[in-house]
Design a protein around this ligand. Structure first.
Ligand code: FAD
Ligand code: SIN
Length: 537
């Protein structure tokens, strides 16, 4: 094993949060960005709808704040919501300055922003780049990073565990000093040290069988922070996107909520709308309501999906506004201008995560978190559409500024090398694949959109057994990427189940038949879990 690599800032993850932090932090020192796959693979790359931000004359910060609070089911932190919403315009300007070409349209006095609309928003306020906003943001930021001599980006480098002074036995001071990292190409585990480490590892959609998320979204950041003793909050609030394409060959393809913003209707297999009976906002009700209504309609009808109908907008409009979705649907034989689009809900976004303050600071000195991995208090019990890219850009910027202030600690520490373990077990791949599938099926069947305590308990028992098996493998055999993912996936799944069991009420995205309404006898509170209460490691 090589000697530790030293940087001022260590960034884990190359989505919007990680890249934007790196660019800002590089003004104060050297930066390493580690990413477990190819640089661009991330939830950011797949974002379609856009970034919510107040920009039109008919919109106000107060309206955006109110919409966010309404969606959040009483659990948003209002001061955090205000800060993020009010910082939005500056960060949109930064992105545009870096080269993100947000859509515009002709106005009375020249070009104006072409703002989209999505569920739960009372005004048009979504900055977008057609229907591939994330792809443009990711490309622009990666270009800026590659042109920056103070930033080193390492692909195929997977963070395994955080290194803390507490775990190294320095009892007088606990602090994050870096990370053990698997170089996937060589199979070696290396030590990366830094004064400041940012978790920007995104979400955990792959915990569920059906998800809009890419394969890298296995909840690594939450798992690593939790194992390091950092509190994790509100993991029961998993957002299911109402409309993912339902097609045997389509893996995780989202049909953006922006379609409903432009007038798409949801109908059942008989062609009837069902949302107006559920909520007066119909197709533009917040996501938790729409996803639950679809789930109920699918169960009631016995038909495997429902349909989006946007035929009325015509081919020319659809090709101009939704070119990516149009061509993707066409690949599966669906012409949006002529056909209904079959859709189902799928796991999409983790509203909870590593607890941070408004500057992305966690409880552990030296450790920061931004983007989907973090729980700042913006989303509460249900995220408002397109608020996550906003949060990622605002908090990563604030974290970079905050972590650049002051003198870095100068203590010299000795970090033990990773014990590389013995040779790989030939059975390993089969066992990993089997356990991975079992967790994802279990979560889908027992910890989905509608929950019961009985099913949650059953999932908890099974997850504990699986965790024991995984732990044995983990510590007995040589480490590889699949084993790291599986270990994290199992821990995050059990954090979701434990949080869901802890919340004895239905609120926002957590809907449980045993308690069909919110508990009005006490003020709404976060569900906070710490390592000592962990069922597994
Ligand atoms: P990500 O962009 O997910 O990046 C995480 C990075 O961490 C990746 O590079 C990953 O490889 C890396 N990583 C993970 N674990 C490790 C590890 N152990 N070691 C090293 N690297 C690691 N939000 C909106 O606001 N508007 C939208 O329109 C929108 N559309 C969406 C559409 C889809 C299909 C999806 C899936 C999400 C969408 N979201 C949207 C949500 C939004 O895209 C994400 O919340 C946001 O991009 C998260 O950014 P991030 O930087 O926190 O994480
Ligand atoms: C979408 O385009 O529907 C996704 C928006 C989001 O997840 O915020």
């Amino acid at each position: 094993m090589e000697s530790p690599k030293q940087f001022d800032f260590l960034v884990i993850g190359s989505g919007l949060a990680g890249l934007f932090y790196a660019l800002e932090a590089s003004k104060a020192g050297t930066v390493a960005i580690l990413t477990k796959g190819a640089a661009r693979e991330s939830n950011t790359l797949h974002a379609q709808g856009g970034v919510a931000c107040v920009a039109s004359a008919t919109d106000t910060f107060d309206l955006h704040i109110q919409d966010t609070l309404n969606a959040g089911g009483g659990l948003c932190k209002e001061a955090v919501v205000r800060r993020i919403v009010e910082d939005g315009p500056d960060r949109i300007r930064d992105l545009a300055r870096l080269g993100v070409r947000f859509a515009t349209r002709p106005g009375e006095e020249g070009e104006i922003w072409d703002l989209g609309k999505e569920g739960g928003h009372s005004r048009r306020r979504i900055f977008h780049v057609d229907d591939a906003t994330g792809k443009e943001i990711e490309q622009v930021l990666l270009q800026a990073v590659s042109a920056n001599p103070r930033i080193q980006l390492l692909e195929e480098h997977q963070a395994v565990d955080l290194i803390t002074l507490g775990k190294l036995g320095y009892s007088s001071e606990n602090r994050c000093v870096g990370c053990y990292v698997l170089d996937r190409a060589s199979g070696r585990v290396e030590v990366f040290c830094a004064h400041h480490t940012l978790l920007a590892t995104g979400g955990c959609g792959k915990v569920y069988l059906y998800t809009s998320n890419p394969d890298v979204a296995t909840g690594d950041g939450v798992a690593m922070a939790f194992r390091a003793g950092v509190p994790v909050a509100n993991m029961e609030f998993i957002q299911f996107h109402p409309t993912c394409l339902y097609h045997p060959r389509a893996k995780s393809f989202l049909i953006s909520e922006a379609l409903r913003g432009e007038g798409a209707l949801l109908v059942n297999h008989q062609g009837d709308r069902f949302l107006p009976d559920v909520d007066p906002r119909g197709e533009l009700a917040p996501r938790d309501i729409v996803a639950r209504a679809i789930d109920a309609e699918i169960k009631r009808s016995g038909h495997p999906c429902v349909y989006l109908d946007i035929r009325q907008k015509g081919k020319e409009f659809l090709l101009g506004r939704f070119p990516t979705i149009y061509s993707a649907c066409l690949r599966y034989g669906i012409d949006m201008a002529a056909d209904l689009i079959p859709v189902v809900p799928a796991a999409h976004y983790q509203c909870g995560g590593v607890v941070t303050d408004i500057d992305g600071r966690t409880e552990l000195p030296g450790l920061w978190a931004a983007g989907e991995v973090a729980c700042t208090g913006l989303h509460g019990a249900n995220r408002l559409a397109s608020n996550s890219l906003l949060e990622a850009v605002v908090i990563s910027y604030r974290a970079a500024r905050a972590s650049s202030i002051g003198k870095p600690p100068s203590r010299k520490v000795t970090i033990p090398l990773w014990d590389e373990g013995s040779a790989a077990d030939p059975d390993e791949l089969v066992v990993v694949a089997h356990n991975w599938r079992e967790i994802r099926e279990l979560m889908w069947d027992y910890v989905g959109i509608v929950r019961t305590r009985k099913r949650l308990r059953r999932a908890g028992v099974r997850l504990r057994n699986l965790a024991r098996e995984i732990r044995e493998y983990y510590w007995s055999y040589r480490l590889n990427a699949d084993l790291i993912d599986l270990r994290n996936l199992a821990l995050v799944a059990s954090l979701i189940v434990d949080s869901a069991l802890e919340r004895r009420e239905s609120r926002g995205l957590h809907y449980i038949l045993d308690f069909p309404g919110p508990d009005d006898t006490r003020p709404p509170a976060d569900t906070i879990l710490r390592f000592s209460e962990a069922p597994i490691d």
